[in-house]
Design a binder for this molecule. Structure first.
Ligand SMILES: *[C@@H]1O[C@H](CO)[C@@H](O)[C@H](O)[C@H]1NC(C)=O
Ligand SMILES: *[C@@H]1O[C@H](CO)[C@@H](O)[C@H](O)[C@H]1NC(C)=O
Ligand SMILES: *[C@@H]1O[C@H](CO)[C@@H](O)[C@H](O)[C@H]1NC(C)=O
Ligand SMILES: *[C@@H]1O[C@H](CO)[C@@H](O)[C@H](O)[C@H]1NC(C)=O
Ligand SMILES: *[C@@H]1O[C@H](CO)[C@@H](O)[C@H](O)[C@H]1NC(C)=O
Ligand SMILES: *[C@@H]1O[C@H](CO)[C@@H](O)[C@H](O)[C@H]1NC(C)=O
Ligand SMILES: *[C@@H]1O[C@H](CO)[C@@H](O)[C@H](O)[C@H]1NC(C)=O
Ligand SMILES: *[C@@H]1O[C@H](CO)[C@@H](O)[C@H](O)[C@H]1NC(C)=O
Length: 392
């Protein structure tokens, strides 16, 4: 009863906070509110963190909002009351939201990177569509990846039943197949309220960092629609992939700039507080940078919540539009790779550093390549990201 009152009051406050803002003319400033989740703490060991063993990382503690409360609330119910109180007490230009950031389950490209080794993968094999037995163009989930998405499903079911965790009120996903399928497997069949149905919004800019790797080349809008006909594909998502071109790659700065664009869009258009986002290792890392969260890499299929404070300011730094970069690779499996070189590719028979010309005819070799438009990408600079910067 008590928590319902808090909830209703805060829901109203949250709506007011945002409807008073015209986000197209201002600047959205993000901070991660720490002290609630293990994943915020520098002392948490990322390599051993298991979201299913730690209540999604929610720290056992008391909150000002629930101090002295007689009701026997679960930790997540208490946290919900605390978030609602933060929103109720916030100035009108400020809102608090909880993002559930989920990484897709293992895809064939993840398995291939392990199988071939990172130098071979980054410098050559990732540029192919697949091998004789596996395809990793817009990679699908492996059986292991499906299992990981079902673990997330089971954990959500457990949290809903035992913790009464707040339901996600909105769902967003990357347009790449591995995320579409992970979101479907995770949230289908859960006991969700009719007023917050699982109908994801498919967002172009939640995709993985764009590189030469074919696993990050998306299929067409028609394919996505045919796969999940009831989902909301944003109107600006083009029929064919116009961002991936097989020649240039997004830098971290360019990726962070577009991550901010998609976060700004979600935070200014969606007045919900509890939001699920299904995306990728590299893209979640970028989102965390934009949110001011400590670096925290998710294993395939893992999910972490983040408490975000957003302040709607009248103005701020102008949007940046960092250029993409050319990315070197080899025309055959590389001899080796060294991280200290531009991209670390040491090709057989060619100069150290690799080549920048495509190794095959993109138009004829790619299944859905009509979107190939190098001119969309702005100026090209020649420094390339370090090999270690590629992660999925
Ligand atoms: C928001 O601001 C933009 C730019 O100043 C303006 O064009 C638009 O009409 C405003 N929208 C609303 C709903 O006030
Ligand atoms: C994190 O855990 C791994 C695996 O147990 C261990 O090898 C590593 O030393 C730990 N790192 C830190 C900083 O404690
Ligand atoms: C929180 O407390 C519960 C019950 O006291 C315990 O089972 C759980 O492991 C604790 N969680 C964390 C993250 O410490
Ligand atoms: C509070 O809830 C927990 C978990 O549902 C239950 O184990 C415990 O017995 C309850 N305590 C009281 C005093 O009701
Ligand atoms: C193709 O790559 C997969 C990894 O995705 C690997 O398991 C398989 O053995 C490879 N097939 C061949 C013929 O090398
Ligand atoms: C999830 O996928 C299954 C199998 O393709 C499909 O039957 C179901 O409708 C999907 N669920 C949603 C909510 O799209
Ligand atoms: C955004 O918030 C942070 C932390 O509160 C602050 O340091 C920074 O100056 C703010 N940025 C702008 C543009 O106001
Ligand atoms: C690529 O393939 C297309 C279709 O076969 C062909 O028209 C075009 O000339 C080829 N381009 C190059 C650079 O080989």
């Amino acid at each position: 009863m008590y928590s319902k009152t808090i909830l209703a009051a805060a829901a109203i406050a949250g709506v007011q906070a945002q409807s008073s803002i015209n986000s197209t003319s201002g600047y959205l400033n993000y901070t991660t509110v720490t002290g609630y989740f293990l994943q915020d703490l520098a002392s948490t060991n990322v390599s051993t963190f298991d979201y299913t063993a730690t209540n999604f990382g929610l720290i056992n503690r008391t909150y000002p909002a629930t101090a002295g409360l007689k009701a026997n609330l679960t930790q997540w119910q208490q946290f919900e009351a605390q978030v609602n109180a933060l929103n109720a007490d916030a100035p009108l230009n400020t809102a608090y939201k909880v993002l559930f950031l989920g990484r897709h389950g293992e895809g064939y490209h993840n398995a291939a990177q392990t199988f071939y080794g990172t130098p071979d993968w980054n410098c050559y094999t990732s540029l192919l569509n697949g091998n004789a037995t596996a395809s990793w163009f817009d990679a699908d989930l492996t059986p292991n990846g499906i299992e990981q998405a079902l673990i997330a499903h089971d954990f959500w079911a457990h949290e809903i039943a035992t913790q009464k965790i707040p339901y996600p009120q909105s769902y967003y996903t990357s347009p790449l197949t591995r995320c579409l399928k992970t979101a479907n497997l995770t949230f289908s069949g859960l006991d969700l309220p009719q007023y917050y149905p699982f109908v994801p919004s498919v967002r172009e800019l939640l995709r993985e960092g764009i590189s030469l790797h074919t696993c990050d080349h998306r299929r067409s809008r028609t394919y996505i629609h045919d796969l999940f006909p009831t989902w909301n594909i944003e109107s600006s998502l083009t029929e064919n992939d116009e961002l991936w071109n097989g020649v240039t790659a997004e830098t971290s700065d360019a990726q962070d700039a577009r991550s901010k664009i998609v976060l700004d869009s979600i935070f200014s258009e969606d007045d919900h507080t509890w939001i699920s986002i299904t995306s990728h290792s590299g893209e979640i890392a970028s989102i965390l940078r934009v949110l001011g969260h400590q670096s925290f890499s998710l294993s395939t299929g893992a999910v972490i919540p983040v408490l975000v404070k957003v302040t709607f300011l009248p103005s701020g730094p102008p949007p940046s539009n960092p250029p993409y970069t050319t990315s070197t690779h080899c025309a055959a499996p590389p001899v080796t790779s060294i991280a200290s070189l531009a991209q670390g590719c040491v090709c057989s028979g060619t100069a150290v550093g690799g080549i920048t010309t495509p190794i095959f005819n993109i138009s004829s070799d790619y299944p859905t390549s009509a979107g190939y438009q190098a001119t969309d990408l702005g100026p090209v600079v020649t420094s390339a990201p370090a090999i270690s910067s590629y992660s999925y």
